[in-house]
Design a protein around this ligand. Structure first.
Ligand code: MN
Length: 291
């Protein structure tokens, strides 16, 4: 991209909607907040679901997610605090620790468990579901797993830190996760009080900001100031630049963007395909032990 042209013609993405998560229970009784994948925001193509979890009450998370299947998309787990152990039916196993990412491509099918590797203390993080295009839903499963030490942190002027999990920034920092099918950008950004963060985004990608620590200031479609508080998701309208500011305290937020697939979506619990028939096939295959 020609950055000189971009600087001359920034089209700042306004916040088109502010979404509040809704309380949900999943797995064997894990209390979480569903942000994408709920009535207010059923999906933001290619993002099918975003769950946020943050609790220091063991009863909220101890039950975990015992073995369950997935097919047709990717599950992305990013931990801020605590530890989660993952095991699957192909013998893959690992622990996600704070600052670590697990980008799992379920593809044609996997059966896995996701269990807290702790009996008390804070467990905090996110799970994002990223869709796969029809032509790749039945690909072989795969993992991209990186501990915190392998995720680059871009330090910018003004005390801004950008952890680059997936995609690349305009300053050239490249995250370890690669997914050419949806070209995701996944950033964890900290800006000091009064600071401003600007980053370019592909103009046609869907994008959102999720506030971990706020407030974060942005603009709506009418140019009015919008304040996003902790746990608010701001859907970003089309444009080539995201620009947000911190208030009078340090702010931390995720910036996530991806190329929309514009394909029909059929959901059935842990399966996301293109048609109902494919969902029925997934249930049948799982029931017959073909995962
Ligand atoms: Mn799962």
């Amino acid at each position: 991209m020609n950055t000189a042209i971009l600087q001359e013609n920034p089209t700042v993405r306004q916040v088109s909607r502010v979404i509040k998560g809704m309380p949900a229970t999943d797995g064997a009784g894990v209390e979480l907040t569903r942000v994408i994948g709920q009535p207010a925001l059923p999906m933001l193509d290619p993002f099918l679901l975003l769950d946020a979890f943050r609790s220091d009450r063991p009863e909220d998370y101890l039950a975990g997610f015992p073995p369950h299947p997935h097919r047709g998309f990717e599950t992305v787990t990013y931990l801020l605090a605590g530890r989660m152990r993952h095991r699957d039916n192909a013998g893959h196993e690992g622990v996600i620790a704070p600052g670590g990412i697990q980008w799992m491509t379920a593809g044609r099918g996997i059966v896995h468990s996701e269990m807290p590797e702790q009996e008390n203390g804070l467990l905090e993080g996110f799970q994002l579901w990223v869709n796969l295009p029809a032509a790749h839903k039945m690909d072989h499963p795969g993992y991209q797993e990186y501990p915190a030490e392998q995720i680059p942190v871009e330090s910018r002027e003004g005390g801004i830190d950008v952890r680059v999990i997936a995609g690349a920034t305009s300053q050239g920092t490249r995250g370890p996760v690669v997914q050419p099918l949806t070209e995701p950008l996944y950033l964890d950004v900290r800006i000091p009080a009064g600071g401003e963060f600007t980053e370019r985004l592909p103009v046609n990608h869907n994008a959102f900001v999720y506030v971990i620590q706020g407030p974060v200031m942005a603009r709506d479609a009418g140019g009015r100031a919008v304040q996003l508080g902790r746990d608010d998701l701001g859907v970003l309208a089309r444009g080539n630049t995201v620009r947000v500011e911190a208030g009078n305290a340090e702010a931390r937020f995720l910036v996530v963007a991806g190329r929309p697939l514009n394909e029909p979506v059929a959901r059935g619990g842990p399966f996301v395909m293109n048609t109902r028939a494919e969902i029925q096939q997934a249930f049948e295959d799982y029931g017959q032990g073909r995962f």
